[in-house]
Design a protein around this ligand. Structure first.
Ligand code: G4P
Length: 526
């Protein structure tokens, strides 16, 4: 098969949701419908197996969350589908943001009872930054949820994206009768645990056809007709281009736990979701079908066994063919490395891979050379853009409790930051080290891992910091003057970029007003 054909076959996407909306369940059901797994429960039980493997993972088990962002590949029809799972817990949101840089589209799960929740809004912002196409799945129809029109309005309003329903619920909760598929014009009647994959839908091309009453009660049929007439009147016909440009989210309704409405979602997804797209480096745009391999690292997964400190770096392939055993050029180190140990991810198994194509994710074993955001090529120097760090929300100072182990601590901190567990800011004055995270859980993870993997004992002390902002200016002179003026509050991030550590929101505002030549950034890439 030609490279072009391999690319056309691939659909790489992520499922995002506010915790508990049903992301894990939907992932599992997609694998089930795709034929990649045979029994329900497999995805969840995998999480628990992982948790029992080490004490560190035990922390997560206790909290009932999964830290692991895994990749699940499967074949469906003629396509190779890669699902990039994202951690459910919001303390690991940064991990999710980075995973979103490696996908070509996104399915967003929304709980029909709760509607758009805080984490969903944040994730949507990340999608918007890159114009990632988004498809919505409104889940838990078997519960008494909110009015579907109200939910659609809320998505438009809170997520700032136009919507277009492509399926429509007939009743909800106890009265759920089914969904009407507006895209394929057929009716799928509700049964709990509907596992049949095809041929279980009733073709009703015209919703006004009296045969509808053969399948649902007259009152439900009347309501459905009214709703569909309203939809056709209010929303423009679905235009896939709007979706591909990230301006319009098609919406499906269903109940993941009941296997209901999943087929509609999957079948539409495979028709409209984009194959791998061109991506920007700091030198030029690279299109997937260029012969030479390029890719970037968006995630590093630590080995859970502390005796072997090797890690798996997840590489998103952007162009050309990746061959196991080849030497590839590491742009940041300006050096070539040989990757003889490459892993592909199929369903829930890992297997050695000899070749991989744009859209695929391969895992490379690494002993500490790779970090998040690194680009690998066949010699070209361009670095892939778009893997930013976000200004963290919580800050604590690292206190070394064992002076004899400061080397180990330094090394551990650097490596854990390379993995993206948290962000390290080192003050210009006195080299104080402050760690910034999105959630409090990371401090626990850091403390635990520093001790168990590096033998370094640390404590995290509270510090009075509200925000870390990356700073820049058109004028080097003005920037130097600012740094001098605010020297006590200036730090460097892991890449040596200047950061202003503001103590309060009000003070940050004041400083922004007083230093208009300085730009304050809340994302590391600008
Ligand atoms: P997440 O990954 O987004 O955090 O959510 P997850 O799939 O773990 O689902 C969260 C809870 O919602 C689970 O219940 C799950 O069974 C339930 N759920 C998922 N889809 C549906 C649905 O369509 N209808 C209803 N009623 N519930 C749904 P749990 O009690 O936390 O776990 P479990 O013991 O049921 O597995």
């Amino acid at each position: 098969m030609s490279l072009q054909q391999e690319i056309k076959k691939r659909r790489t996407f992520g499922i995002i949701a506010h915790p508990d909306a049903g992301k894990t369940t939907l992932t599992e059901k997609l694998l089930l419908f795709g034929g990649a797994i045979q029994t329900a429960g497999a995805v969840k039980s995998n999480k628990i197996d992982m948790a029992t493997r080490s004490d560190w993972m035990e922390i997560e088990k206790q909290r009932g969350i999964s830290v692991a962002t895994s990749v699940m590949g499967f074949d469906y029809r003629d396509l190779k589908i890669n699902i990039l799972d994202t951690p459910g817990h919001q303390d690991f949101a940064e991990d999710t943001y980075r995973t979103l840089t490696a996908v070509d589209s996104v399915i967003m799960v929304i709980d029909c009872v709760k509607g758009v929740e805080a984490q969903t809004e944040k994730l949507m912002e990340v999608c918007r930054m890159r114009n990632t196409p988004v498809l919505c799945f409104i889940n838990k129809l078997d519960r008494e949820g909110r009015d579907p029109f109200e939910l659609l309005d809320e998505i438009e309003e809170k997520l700032g994206i136009n919507v277009r329903p492509l399926s429509w619920p007939i009743g909800m909760g106890k009265n759920l009768r089914g969904v009407y598929n507006l895209y394929e014009k057929n009716l799928n009647l509700f049964e709990a645990n509907k596992t049949k994959r095809t041929n279980d839908v009733i073709q009703i091309k015209d919703i006004h056809d009296p045969s509808l009453e053969k399948h649902i009660a007259a009152s439900a049929a009347r309501q459905l007709r009214e709703d569909i007439d309203l939809i056709e009147g209010v929303y423009d016909p679905f235009d896939p281009t709007d979706y591909l440009e990230g301006n319009l989210a098609p919406v499906f309704f269903g109940s993941a736990v009941n296997n209901f409405g999943i087929r509609e979602l999957l079948d539409c997804f495979v028709q409209i979701a984009p194959p791998p797209r061109p991506r920007e480096t700091d030198l030029r745009e690279i299109v997937p079908n260029e012969e030479k391999f390029t890719g970037f690292i968006f995630k590093i997964h630590a080995n859970m066994d502390p005796r072997h400190r090797n890690r798996i770096a997840f590489v998103r392939i952007c162009s050309g063919t990746f061959f196991r055993g080849n030497n590839y050029y590491h742009v940041r180190h300006d050096k070539s490395f040989r990757f003889s140990n490459a892993t592909a991810f199929m369903a829930q198994q890992k297997e050695t891979v000899d070749e991989a194509y744009p859209g695929d994710i391969v895992g490379l074993y690494d002993t500490g050379n790779l970090k998040i955001g690194d680009t690998l090529t066949e010699g070209e120097k361009g670095l892939y853009k778009g893997i930013p760090s976000f200004s963290p929300e919580l800050f604590r100072e690292v206190i070394n409790l064992d002076a004899m182990k400061s080397k180990q601590m330094e090394k551990g901190l650097v490596q854990l930051m390379d993995e993206g567990v948290a962000q390290l800011f080192t003050y210009e004055m006195g080299s104080r080290k402050v760690v910034g995270t999105v959630g409090a859980l990371q401090f626990e993870v850091l403390q635990y891992r520093l001790q168990h993997e590096y033998g370094a004992k640390v404590q995290f002390a509270p510090v009075n910091i509200h925000k870390a902002c990356w700073i820049s200016s058109q004028s080097q002179e003005k920037l130097d003057a600012f740094v001098k003026d605010k020297f006590r509050h200036i730090a460097r991030d892991k890449d040596g970029k200047l950061v202003f550590m503001s103590e309060t929101r009000a003070w940050l505002q004041m400083v922004q007003d007083n230093f208009t030549d300085i730009t304050f950034h809340f994302i590391s890439e600008f």
